[in-house]
Design a protein around this ligand. Structure first.
Ligand code: GLP
Length: 234
């Protein structure tokens, strides 16, 4: 794994943008995108860039079950606001949080992933080392699936909602195997709250109790962290 330690989140976003632009120039057409606060600044840099995605496709990692695309807490809405409204892709796929039939949504998404294999995957990191919504204990073999969110995730994501009861309890998420299929991966994590997850991801054993540790097995991963997130590394 290529690990880049920067001073702060802003520098991290700039570094990620550099790598993103490089992948674009090398012909990346299918982008795996993530939500959360971590990639927001990267998306701002992309919005202000000259990059044109009219011939590219984006595929998001996950979506809350029960939220419509118009719901301001949905990940579809997040992506429209932070990227797609300004930089439209030829098509942008996000799991359909309103699909009640799990199998229908899972096979639709897996078909899309086969049709548009991801060239570059952007990832954030949960404080419990989840990626996408793959919580600790998720099988490394898992592909797109329905997830019950861990208590730690519900608590961490509560800040975006008025009250805890409003945070959805389930989501659709690309699985760890779907993520590992990406040709290149950039994971960003900033702040002390991510330090333990980063240590486990980088130095710990590869174990399903640390979902992100699977990335140690990927051939092209760059981890961009600030000093705070790096503070527990040897
Ligand atoms: C959510 C998302 C993840 C994201 C994580 C971290 O649970 N499903 O994709 O990486 O939160 O969020 P943040 O970047 O806000 O710390």
């Amino acid at each position: 794994m290529n690990i880049i330690v920067v001073e702060n989140a802003q520098q991290g976003a700039e570094k990620a943008f550099e790598l993103f632009e490089k992948a674009y120039q090398h012909g990346a057409k299918h982008y795996g995108l993530a939500t959360g606060s971590t990639p927001i600044e990267l998306y701002t840099l992309i919005r202000h860039s000259n990059l044109d995605f009219s011939n590219c496709y984006s595929i998001n990692l996950d979506e809350y079950i029960g939220l419509s695309p118009e719901d301001e807490h949905s990940y579809r809405y997040f992506m429209e606001q932070h990227l797609f409204n300004t930089k439209p892709f030829k098509e942008s796929f996000v799991p359909n949080g309103l699909e009640q039939d799990e199998q229908t949504e899972i096979s639709r998404y897996e078909t899309l992933l086969k049709q548009y294999p991801i060239d570059l995957q952007i990832l954030g990191l949960g404080t419990n080392a989840h990626i996408g919504f793959n919580e600790p204990g998720t099988s490394f073999e898992e592909r797109t699936h329905k997830v019950q969110l861990a208590e730690a995730t519900i608590q961490a994501n509560q800040r975006f909602f008025e009250k805890k009861e409003d945070v959805p309890t389930h989501a659709y998420s690309m699985g760890l195997q779907s993520i590992m299929d990406a040709k290149e991966i950039i994971l960003m994590a900033f702040g002390k709250a991510k330090a333990q997850a980063i240590k486990d991801l980088v130095e710990g054993p590869i174990t399903e109790s640390v979902p992100a540790s699977i990335l140690q097995k990927h051939e092209r991963v760059t981890i961009i962290i600030d000093k705070d997130a790096a503070e527990l590394l040897n």
